[in-house]
Write a protein that binds this ligand. Structure first.
Ligand code: BJ8
Length: 380
């Protein structure tokens, strides 16, 4: 049982996804382009549309974005806009509408510009989870989104459709979580590079049942691999990645850390179990359950954001972590500011080494990262 070819390499998966997407469109399917972990996929699925994560993980289209956006902006935001405006993202091209949220300032202002290219519905995410009105407002946003999807896609979304989508998405979460938790094995048979690749490339398998099956098969295979070739062997230093999403620095940072001699065993960012270990409550009213679930996402755009430290605490223990590397993308103020708290927690309370890499999507700091990561691995 091998991991499907499209899981192995992000750019191959992205390319083979184009063809599948074209076929889906020709068969009459509606497509909704999405970006963020706050996006309630279940409502898109309940509208019988295909949610697709839009391209934003390379510097290829950043020059196109910089014609209108400031250079000193997060590369993820520039890449998202650059791929769309330059028509280099076929998924943007195929999307019937875009669904986004008011997360960080840069993203929400960029979405105004994206709306000039294609209808972009922006959900108004509350700035914190604890305010008296936060849940009420976000619950209202779920209803507003339902109305927009019905109008834009010409469908009716029933309560049963939403419940069914919740069940399916929860099954996918469980499959992904079991896969991520292979990283708890010591030594781990699963590379961080593979985790990071699977998270992104599996989304190009648009049939969720097929995606679940592929991931479950890979998990079984990795468990077998551990029993046969890893169990009882010495472990390399075990690293937890935190901070901004790492899809755009997969080669420069993730691959390099492992080539230099450490194992990335887990991701406490949006490329890991962050939202997978928190399913939607199937026993509640589905719209309220969706609002509650997506408001619980631990992201630095929330103020305050104590859940992130709690999740990190658990992951450091459960994944037997020897050191934490935080990746902060250029000009990401929310993660950059939280990094001091993360550093204090990791070094003073967990008493393990911490390093922060401030980087972007270019290759210009590759040598410097190599030097710093090598020294960090020596410390673990
Ligand atoms: S839930 S991490 S996917 S917002 S890195 S664009 S915050 S300036 S990506 Fe994110 Fe959703 Fe949060 Fe996850 Fe802004 Fe920072 Fe750039 Fe960011």
């Amino acid at each position: 049982m091998n991991l499907p070819e499209n899981f192995k390499n992000y750019s191959d998966a992205r390319k083979s996804g184009f063809i599948k997407m074209k076929e889906l469109k020709e068969s009459g399917k509606k497509v909704v382009g999405v970006f963020c972990t706050y996006t309630p996929w279940e409502l898109v699925m309940a509208a019988k549309a295909v949610p697709v994560i839009l391209c934003a993980s390379s510097d290829e289209a950043i020059p196109d974005a910089e014609k209108v956006l400031p250079k000193n902006l997060c590369p993820l935001i520039k890449a998202s806009y650059g791929f769309a405006v330059s028509d280099k993202c076929p998924y943007f091209y195929f999307s019937d509408m875009i669904l986004a949220e008011t997360t960080c300032d840069g993203k929400k202002k960029m979405y105004e510009m994206l709306n000039e290219l294609k209808h972009t519905h922006v959900m108004q995410l509350p700035p914190g989870k604890t305010g008296a009105m936060a849940l009420e407002a976000w619950h209202g946003e779920m209803y507003r989104l339902k109305d927009v999807l019905e109008e834009q896609l010409g469908v009716e979304i029933t309560k049963e459709d939403i419940k069914e989508a919740i069940k399916l998405k929860n099954r996918e979460r469980k499959a992904m979580l079991d896969f991520f938790e292979i990283g708890k094995l010591k030594p781990t048979p699963l590379s961080g590079y593979e985790i990071n690749t699977v998270v992104d490339s599996s989304t190009f398998t648009f049939d969720i049942e097929e995606r679940i099956k592929d991931i479950e098969e890979r998990t079984v295979e990795l468990k077998r691999e551990y029993e046969l070739n890893f169990k009882g062997k010495p472990s390399r230093p075990r690293v937890l990645i935190t901070g901004c999403p790492t899809g755009g620095v997969r080669e420069k940072v993730i691959r390099q850390i492992e080539e230099l001699g450490a194992d990335i065993v887990g991701f406490e960012n949006c490329c890991g179990p962050r939202e997978k270990k928190d399913p939607v409550d199937e026993s509640k009213d589905p719209m309220l359950a969706l609002a509650e679930k997506y408001l619980r996402v631990n992201c630095s755009v929330m103020s305050p954001n104590p859940g992130r430290i709690e999740a990190m605490n658990e992951m450091i223990d459960d994944y037997k972590v020897d050191g934490v590397i935080e990746v902060v993308l250029q000009a990401c103020h929310t993660f950059a500011i939280e990094s001091d708290r993360v550093k204090n927690f990791v070094t003073k309370e967990k008493k393990i080494p911490y390093m922060c890499l401030d980087t972007d999507y270019s290759q210009s700091d590759s040598g410097q990262i190599n030097t710093r990561v090598s020294a960090f691995i020596e410390m673990m």
